[in-house]
Design a binder for this molecule. Structure first.
Ligand code: ATR
Length: 288
């Protein structure tokens, strides 16, 4: 009994699973959220072997972990292995948040796109409704963003990807969401794009590979928002490209904080204040 009582009084445990994971800012973000909301929890980084996600997840559930964030390269595994999935996960095929219930059943959700939209609309103050939006990329990051972007009712949403078939597939998976709405959803090759776009979102890994930005700068309306889902050095080529073409650049640090806030709300039923945490992370990032 005494032991059971002790166990029950331990703070709930959460973690982020990935490989690599040492760079992850999620423990910092969730610890700040917990402090700001007065929630008793611990949040740790779990380095998972590349072929070991299944076993690691089972082990974490068995030892009482209440929720997980999942990052590269396990988002597809997380979606596949969960016992239930949100509509967002079913469409994207990827999950970044797992919620474990009292019976050890795992529910998968994807808060990446919600975080992106919250950062653009709330933090940057840029409306998406009625706008012309270009989404670059058709991998996991782009897939998670598409349904939340559609929910903002842009006039036009174009997906453009190096491998065109993947953009077409992603658009086909979301076509029913725009049926009967004022949003036009298209997959277009880079050469077929016609500007100007009000918002261009980079969800490709091209910067990481030192490759050029995959579309022409004249597609940006002057003053357009050019958003890179990455932050730190990885976002710099795209942000420089944006500045060269008269656009307003924004990196993905706010998206990171906002997707974490959505996950925290799913786990704890409490919405943490994201603005002070974003300001804190920005100052920590700038100091390095
Ligand atoms: P993530 O989960 O981060 O989205 P991913 O699923 O591997 O990672 O997707 C990477 C995205 O970056 C894809 O859209 C990829 O294009 P392809 O589908 O053609 O592979 C895009 N990408 C990667 N390197 C690129 C490059 N050098 N130029 C343009 N796009 C690139």
């Amino acid at each position: 009994m005494a032991q059971a009582r002790n166990t029950m009084s331990l703070p709930d445990r959460y973690c982020v699973m990935g490989n690599p994971i040492a760079h992850s800012r999620s423990p910092r973000i969730h610890t700040l959220f917990a402090q700001l909301t007065g929630q008793a929890l611990v949040y740790e980084a779990e380095l998972v072997a590349l072929d070991g996600f299944d076993a690691a997840l089972r082990q974490l559930v068995q030892t009482g972990t209440r929720g997980m964030n999942v990052t590269v390269p396990f988002k597809l595994d997380a979606a596949r292995l969960a016992d239930s999935r949100s509509d967002r996960v079913l469409r994207a095929g990827a999950a970044n948040t797992l919620v474990v219930d009292a019976d050890g059943r795992v529910h998968a959700d994807n808060t990446d796109g919600l975080g992106l939209v919250a950062d653009i609309v709330r933090n940057a103050g840029v409306a998406l409704a009625g706008q012309r939006v270009l989404l670059l990329g058709a991998g996991g990051a782009a897939a998670g963003a598409l349904a939340p972007l559609i929910a903002q009712a842009p006039a036009l949403l174009v997906v453009c990807n190096r491998t065109h078939a993947k953009a077409q597939e992603l658009v086909a998976q979301h076509a029913d969401l725009v049926e009967g709405s004022a949003t036009q959803l298209l997959a277009l090759k880079a050469g077929a794009l016609e500007g100007p776009f009000d918002v261009v979102i980079n969800a490709t890994a091209s910067s990481l590979q030192g490759a050029a930005i995959p579309v022409a700068g004249h597609l940006l309306r002057p003053g357009a928002l050019a958003y890179d889902m990455m932050y730190g050095p990885a976002a710099q080529p795209f942000l420089q490209w944006a500045a060269q073409h008269g656009a307003q650049g924004r990196d993905g640090l706010g998206m990171l904080v906002e997707q974490a806030a959505e996950a925290f709300a799913l786990w704890r039923g409490v919405r943490p204040p994201s603005q002070p945490v974003l300001a804190q992370l920005r100052s920590e990032l700038d100091a390095h």
